[in-house]
Design a binder for this molecule. Structure first.
Ligand code: 1YM
Length: 633
C-alpha cells in the first residue's frame, strides 16, 4: 500500500469542484440511481462502497466492511485515508461537508487515477445523502475522530472532533437510513449485495470485503489473493477444465490490461468484461481487442506449427468452451450503449489487442501441451460448425414441405401482429389440449413440448438443432439462433413458458430457460420471455378464489379457519378451459413473470449446477431447496 498521508498526489481542499445542487436528486431520483425500487435501493450501497473501492484502487485501502444493521440502516467502513476534513477555501466549510452536500463534488479530477465511474455510478455520496433520512459520517484522520450528521442531504450538525485515535488508524465510516418516502422498499437483501462484492474482491486482489447481515444473521468474507485467476476458476466450478488458467497483466499508455482465460469441455462462450470494476455487460472496445487477438493468436500458433489443415478458425470456433475475464482500468472511460455498460474508448482496442496477442503467443510457446489442447478444441468446434451448417440446410429443406414452414404441433393464432401476439410453450400434449381450448385464438398460439426436452448444457449445436422439440420451438419463434439470429423475425411479442406448478414443471422450465439463455439470450434481454404463474389452489367460499402461493393460503386459512374447501391443482391439465383462461392466460386477470438476465455470471453458475455433468452440486442444490419442493406433496 502507498504511504497514506504523504502521497505527492494528496488531495487539496481547493481541488473540490462544485457542479450542481442536490434538489434535483430528490425530485428525480431515478435519473441518478436508475429506479426507486429494489435495484435503486441497493445502488445506494454501491455508491458508498464505490468510493471505498476507488480508495482501494489507489492503493490506500485494503479492507471494506459492510453491515446491514438491525435498525434498517447500512454501515460501510474502509481503512483508507479518510475523507478530507480541512476547510474549503471558498465555501469556508469542511471538505467532507462539501462532498456530502453538493452534487458531483469530488476530489482530484486530474485523470492520473482510476475511478469507479460510469453509467449510474459515480454520482457519489451526495446522492445517497439526498435520498437518506439520516446519514452519519465518521472519519479517522491525523489522530482524531470526526463526526457529522446530515438529513435528506443537509447538514444536521457541524463536523465535530469526538475523540482521538492512533495516527496510523485512518478511515471512513458511513451509515445511512434510506428515506421511506422515496423508495418502494427499504429492505436490503444479502444475496443482491453479495454478487457485486464478490466481483469487486475478485477484481481487486488482496482487498477484503466483509458483508454482515445483523437481521438475517449471515456473514460472508470476500478476499481473493489470486484475483482474476480465482475468478475464472470460480466461474468454471463444476466444469471439466482443459488446463490451468492463462493469466496476464500489463500497463500500456496508462491503460491497465488484466486477463484470465481458461477453456472448459463445454460448448459455450462466457466472456466477462470490466472497466474500472464496472461490469460492461454490453462489451465494447476492450472486448473487441481481446477477441480479435485471441482468434489471431490461435490461428498464428496453429498455422506456424501446421496443426490445422482446414481453413482458418473463425472467432466462434476459438470461443467454444471459453471462459475469460477481461478487466481494464482506464483513467477516463467513455461509457456508451443503452445501459451505459459499453466501453467506447477507441485507443483501448489496440492496447488490449497487442497485450493479449503478445501474452498469448508467449504462453503458447512456453506451454505447448496446453496450446495443442486449445487448438484441438477449436478444430472440434470448426468441424461441428460445418456439420451444423449442413443440419440447418436439412431442417430448412424439410420445413419447405410442411404447411407454411411451421411445426405441425403449433396451434397458431390468427393475428400476425407481433406486438399483440403471444406464444404459450406448454408442457405435454394434454396440457397443450387444455391450452388450445382455453386460449383466445385471435392472438394466442400454443406449442406443446414433450416432457423433458434436450439437456442443452451437455449438447452441442448439432445435437440441439436436430432435436425435434427444439427444432419446433426455434421454427415457431422465427428468429433463428446464434449467428443467424434476427430479432426482426420474432413471430410473437410474448413467449410464455407455461408449466405445471410442481417439481417436474420447474425442471422443464429450467431446461427451457437454459435453452433460451444459451442460444437466444437476446430474447431475454429484449424482454420477450415470460413465465406463466398458474394457481396452486382453489378456495371455495362464496364463489371461487384462486391462490398462487402457500403463504397466501396460510393467510387465508388463518383468516377464515380450516372449515373452508381447498382444492390443490396438481397440473394445468386439472383445470377446465374456463379456469385455465381466467387464472393463467387472460391478460386481464393472469400473473406473468418477466424473465431477466440480471447477472450473466450468476445465471451461468446456476444453470451449470443444475445441468452440468457433475451430479454432486445438483444434488446439493436440490437438497438446499427441498423446502420449496414441499408444495408437491
Ligand atoms: C465508506 C466510504 O468514502 N472513503 C473515502 C472517500 C474519499 C477519500 C478517501 C479521499 C479521497 C481523496 C483524498 C481524493 C473521498 N474524498 C472525497 C473528497 N468510504 C469512502 N476515502 N483523500 C481522501 O480523491 O483526492 C470524496 S470521496 F472529495 F472529499 F475529497
Amino acid at each position: 500500500m502507498a504511504d497514506k498521508e504523504t502521497s505527492s498526489k494528496d488531495y487539496k481542499a481547493e481541488n473540490i469542484k462544485v457542479l450542481e445542487g442536490l434538489e434535483g436528486v430528490r425530485l428525480r431520483p431515478a435519473m441518478y440511481i436508475g429506479s426507486t425500487s429494489k435495484a435503486g435501493l441497493h445502488h445506494l450501497v454501491y455508491e458508498i462502497v464505490d468510493n471505498a473501492v476507488d480508495e482501494a484502487m489507489g492503493g490506500y485501502c485494503d479492507l471494506i466492511e459492510v453491515s446491514l444493521n438491525k435498525d434498517g440502516s447500512v454501515t460501510v467502513t474502509d481503512n483508507g485515508r479518510g475523507i478530507p476534513v480541512d476547510m474549503h477555501p471558498v465555501y469556508k466549510r469542511p471538505a467532507v461537508e462539501i462532498a456530502v452536500t453538493k452534487l458531483h463534488a469530488g476530489g482530484k479530477f486530474d485523470k492520473s487515477s482510476y475511478k469507479v465511474s460510469g453509467g449510474l455510478h459515480g454520482v457519489g455520496i451526495s446522492v445517497v445523502a439526498a435520498l437518506s433520512k439520516l446519514m452519519r459520517v465518521t472519519i479517522r484522520k491525523g489522530g482524531k475522530i470526526y463526526k457529522q450528521e446530515y438529513k435528506i442531504g443537509k447538514p444536521f450538525s457541524d463536523l465535530k472532533v469526538i475523540g482521538e485515535c492512533e495516527k496510523k488508524d485512518t478511515g471512513t465510516e458511513v451509515t445511512f437510513y434510506p428515506d421511506e418516502t422515496i423508495f418502494s422498499t427499504t429492505k436490503f437483501e444479502f444475496s443482491v449485495l453479495e454478487t457485486r462484492f464478490r466481483e469487486i474482491a475478485f477484481l481487486n486482489k488482496g482487498v477484503k470485503i466483509t458483508l454482515k447481515d445483523d437481521i438475517g444473521g449471515k456473514k460472508e468474507v470476500f478476499h481473493y489473493e489470486g484475483g482474476l485467476v480465482e475468478f475464472v476458476k470460480w466461474v468454471n466450478t463444476n466444469k471439466d477444465v482443459l488446463h490451468k488458467p492463462v493469466y496476464f497483466v500489463k500497463e500500456e499508455d496508462k491503460v491497465m490490461v488484466e486477463c484470465a482465460v481458461q477453456y472448459n469441455g463445454g460448448y459455450h462462450e462466457n466472456v466477462l468484461s470490466f472497466v474500472n470494476t464496472i461490469n460492461t455487460v454490453e462489451g465494447g472496445t476492450h472486448v473487441i481487442g481481446f477477441k480479435t487477438a485471441l482468434t489471431r493468436a490461435i490461428n498464428d500458433y496453429s498455422n506456424k506449427n501446421k496443426l490445422n489443415k482446414d481453413e482458418n478458425f473463425t472467432g466462434e470456433d476459438v470461443r467454444e468452451g471459453l471462459t475469460a475475464i477481461i478487466s481494464v482500468k482506464v483513467p477516463e472511460p467513455q461509457f456508451e450503449g443503452q445501459t451505459k455498460t459499453k466501453l467506447g474508448n477507441n485507443e483501448v482496442k489496440g492496447i488490449v489487442d497487442s497485450v493479449t496477442m503478445n501474452s498469448l503467443l508467449m504462453f503458447f510457446e512456453e506451454n505447448p501441451t496446453i496450446a495443442r489442447r486449445i487448438v484441438d478444441k477449436a478444430m472440434e468446434a470448426q468441424k461441428a460448425r460445418n456439420a451444423a451448417k449442413k443440419a440447418k440446410e436439412l431442417v430448412r429443406r424439410k420445413n419447405a414441405f410442411s404447411f407454411g414452414g411451421l411445426p405441425g404441433k403449433l396451434a397458431d393464432c390468427s393475428s400476425n401482429k407481433k406486438e399483440e401476439s403471444e406464444l404459450f410453450i406448454v408442457e405435454g400434449d394434454s396440457a397443450g389440449g387444455s391450452g388450445k381450448m382455453a386460449r383466445n385464438k385471435e392472438y394466442q398460439a400454443i406449442l406443446p413440448i414433450k416432457g423433458k426436452i434436450l439437456n442443452v448444457e451437455k449438447a452441442n449445436a448439432v445435437k440441439v438443432l436436430s432435436n425435434e422439440e427444439i427444432a419446433n420451438l426455434i421454427t415457431a419463434i422465427g428468429t433463428g439462433i446464434t449467428d443467424q439470429f434476427d430479432l426482426e423475425r420474432l413471430r410473437y411479442g410474448k413467449l410464455v413458458i407455461m408449466t405445471d406448478a410442481d417439481v417436474d414443471g420447474a425442471h422443464i422450465r429450467t431446461l427451457l430457460l437454459t435453452f433460451f439463455f444459451r442460444f437466444i439470450p437476446k430474447i431475454i434481454e429484449n424482454g420477450n420471455l415470460y413465465i406463466a404463474v398458474p394457481p396452486l389452489y382453489r378456495v371455495r367460499r362464496r364463489g371461487d378464489h384462486y391462490v398462487y402461493s402457500d403463504e397466501e393460503l396460510k393467510k387465508i386459512i388463518s383468516k377464515l379457519g380450516n372449515n373452508i374447501d381447498v382444492q390443490r391443482f396438481k397440473g394445468l391439465g386439472e383445470m377446465n378451459a374456463d379456469q385455465l383462461w381466467e387464472t393463467t392466460m387472460n391478460p386481464k386477470t393472469r400473473m406473468l413473470k418477466k424473465v431477466t438476465i440480471d447477472d450473466a455470471a450468476l445465471a451461468n453458475e446456476t444453470f451449470s449446477k443444475l445441468m452440468g455433468d457433475d451430479v454432486e452440486p445438483r444434488r446439493q442444490f436440490i437438497a438446499e431447496r427441498a423446502h420449496e419442493a414441499q408444495i408437491d406433496i
